[in-house]
Design a binder for this molecule. Structure first.
Ligand code: ADP
Ligand code: MG
Length: 250
């Protein structure tokens, strides 16, 4: 069997109101950086949650590292940045270092203690993401861009093989957003970590990702940006001008 990080076959997801995703078949290999582009409200989070085993699958199958989603529980191999920043109460009196260390604690069994080695891991993670100077700041004092880096540090501190980000830049201004995308591309290369980045921002992701999955309930496109740019179906969908702007290649 090949070493696929993510594989779905005819994946479908539905809620009581009806089906949200239909017939999604993708294969993602180690080291790829897939931008998942979906118009808002049409199932980005649903897909990610299905992969994480948080949503039930109504048709087809999905697997992470060859293990069916739902049975997969090797969470140390995955770093996950959920969509909602609201999960984090900004008034919670935790420092940046403590917040990142939570990423390590979450995998430990009782007694959950931070060791000196853990502290070193946190420090080098903060260093790598250029936020070491924020170490002792309270998370309530951070800007949106700083907060995203801290959450990214928390997702990366276990050295995951797969990083899943659900609209990480939705609350950021365009400049901070581009910096964040560049940072993800750097991490993808330097650590050879596979990345799934969900966004509704079809214009920017082509500069950074290696492949695009374009969904609107069904899978409209999955492939490289070169393939995207040469696809007559995509010309028909976006118009040739937008197609070139999105591709960022030619
Ligand atoms: P996106 O992340 O692309 O904005 P979602 O995957 O969150 O979209 O949602 C896709 C659709 O499924 C939306 O129409 C939403 O209202 C619906 N939906 C999402 N979660 C639930 C749920 N738990 N129960 C019922 N419907 C839901
Ligand atoms: Mg969403």
């Amino acid at each position: 069997m090949r070493n696929d990080v993510v594989k779905t076959e005819g994946l479908g997801c539905s809620y009581r109101v009806g089906s949200v995703l239909e017939d999604i078949s993708i294969t993602v290999a180690t080291g790829e950086y897939v931008g998942i582009v979906v118009p808002n409200g049409s199932g980005k989070s649903t897909l990610v949650r299905a992969l994480m085993g948080l949503n039930t699958i109504s048709a087809g199958s999905a697997a992470l590292f060859g293990v069916p989603c739902g049975k997969f529980n090797d969470w140390g191999r995955i770093g996950y940045l959920p969509q909602s920043l609201n999960l984090f109460n900004p008034l919670f009196p935790a420092t940046v270092a403590e917040t990142v260390a939570l990423g390590l604690l979450s995998l430990k069994r009782f007694p959950r203690k931070i060791t000196r080695r853990d502290k070193q891991k946190v420090d080098s993670m903060l260093e790598e993401l250029s936020i070491y100077d924020l170490t002792n700041k309270l998370i309530g004092e951070l800007s949106g861009g700083q907060m995203q880096r801290v959450l990214l540090a928390r997702a990366l501190v276990n050295d995951p093989e797969l990083l899943i980000l659900d609209e990480p830049t939705a609350a950021l201004d365009p400049e901070t957003r581009d910096k964040f995308y560049r940072l993800i591309a750097e991490i993808n290369r330097s650590r050879n970590v596979t990345v799934l980045l969900v966004t509704h921002d079809s214009g920017a992701i082509g500069q950074h990702a290696s492949k695009m999955l374009y969904l609107d309930k069904r899978m409209l496109f999955f492939g490289s940006f070169d393939e995207f740019c040469c696809s007559p179906e995509m010309s028909a969908l976006f118009g040739e001008h937008s197609q070139h702007l999105m591709c960022h290649r030619h």
